[in-house]
Design a protein around this ligand. Structure first.
Ligand SMILES: NC(=O)c1ccc[n+]([C@@H]2O[C@H](COP(=O)([O-])OP(=O)(O)OC[C@H]3O[C@@H](n4cnc5c(N)ncnc54)[C@H](OP(=O)(O)O)[C@@H]3O)[C@@H](O)[C@H]2O)c1
Length: 329
């Protein structure tokens, strides 16, 4: 199998390479790495071999004769280059927001809706990082108790903005001016992720709302979101408030969460145990804690969930999709 990585030098691209190297399923896969002209010719070590970065261009995509591509490009580059690869017959799995809400493209979290991928699909979208880690605990709750309304509040790490976000945090702590964010992120919080829309929400907030409905397959879900950038390097946290259709006990909620693939419960307030970004960075699962009733309404539930945005929120999710589509796992 020949696999291309588009945007191999970025944070998500580098995370993909690390995960692919660790997974025996990819031992015999030939990799071709692509990035901008700035990176072309640079050498990356992978499984003991030196791989040379190629410039992403129509000509180089055609020359590479890929079977699959994992894309870690921004939305406008994905819009330009993925259709070129798809026309060449390459099955592309994309991290950007560009194709997520297209009616004819599946938006996939493998633990939830692999079945939405149809024979012949050439572009498969991976959801927004905060959406992925939120829908994983919401899915078993939706299936067992039904959901009327969701309120999301996110606490998102700077690596969510790629290498530029990490730079603003690290250099900002030394007094440098920001270049990625409109204000300093060190010692600060920004209630602003992606651009503002006419309805006063940010694009990031609307991505969480619309993508959650698409993945859970329920357009009637009432959802609102506030997305906040925090001075953390890796792992997003999301406080999720849910109103269920049916009554539940906290024991039942814990059980359905524990039984769901990809969730680890860390929830023992008597011992100060709850998920935190520092402990979850580098891990594959979604960590859930602070499970408690919202006592202000009849069927209300509060959860706190943390996941590594560069892994389950991006690179790992696309690699898990690829393993299923290519029947490697
Ligand atoms: N970071 C996250 O946690 C996260 C989570 C979910 C989804 N995503 C999405 O994943 C994508 C990548 O994010 P990231 O955080 O990895 O960004 P990043 O660190 O800024 O990396 C961007 C990548 O795109 C390449 N690139 C830039 N301009 C290019 C051009 N003109 N031609 C070809 N390649 C070009 C860069 O190559 P050079 O090094 O050569 O410039 C680099 O490899 C984005 O769509 C993002 O929204 C990110």
């Amino acid at each position: 199998m020949k696999l291309g990585i588009f945007g191999a030098t970025g944070l998500v691209g580098q995370s993909m390479l690390k995960i692919l190297e660790d997974r025996p399923t990819f031992k015999d896969v030939d990799l071709v790495l692509f990035a901008s002209a700035r990176s072309a010719g640079k050498v990356v070590s992978y499984r003991g071999k030196d791989l040379v970065i190629e410039e992403l261009s129509e000509e180089n995509i055609k020359k590479a004769q890929l079977d699959y591509a994992l894309s870690a490009l921004d939305a406008s580059l994905a819009a330009e280059f993925l259709p070129i690869a798809a026309r060449e017959g390459v099955i592309c799995i994309d991290n950007s927001s560009n194709f997520r809400m297209d009616e004819d493209k599946p938006l996939v979290v493998p633990e939830i809706n692999l079945a939405s991928i149809k024979e012949g699909d050439k572009i498969i979208a991976s959801p927004n990082c905060s959406t992925i880690q939120s829908v994983i605990p919401l899915k078993p709750i939706y299936d067992h108790f039904g959901i009327k309304r969701i309120i999301y509040t996110t606490y998102q790490a700077t690596s969510g903005s790629g290498v530029g976000g990490l730079r603003d945090l690290e250099e900002g702590a030394k007094g440098e001016e920001p270049t990625t964010y409109p204000y300093p992120i060190a010692y600060n919080l920004l209630p602003h992720i992606d651009s503002f829309l006419d309805n006063g929400y940010t694009k990031e907030e609307m991505k969480m709302i619309n993508e959650t409905r698409k993945i859970l397959g329920d357009d009637s879900l009432a959802i609102t979101a506030t997305a906040v950038r925090v001075p953390v390097k890796y792992s997003h946290a999301v406080a999720i408030n849910v109103e269920t259709e049916k009554p539940f006990s906290l024991e039942e909620v814990r059980k359905v969460l524990e039984d769901f693939e990809g969730i680890i419960l860390e929830d023992d307030p008597t011992k100060n145990i709850y998920p935190m970004p520092l402990n979850v960075a580098g891990k594959d699962e979604v960590y859930v804690g602070r499970i408690r009733r919202d006592e202000s309404i009849e069927n209300g539930l509060n959860l706190w969930c943390v996941a590594d945005n560069t892994r389950k929120g991006a690179a790992l999710n696309t690699i898990q999709i690829l393993e299923k589509v290519a029947k490697l796992a």
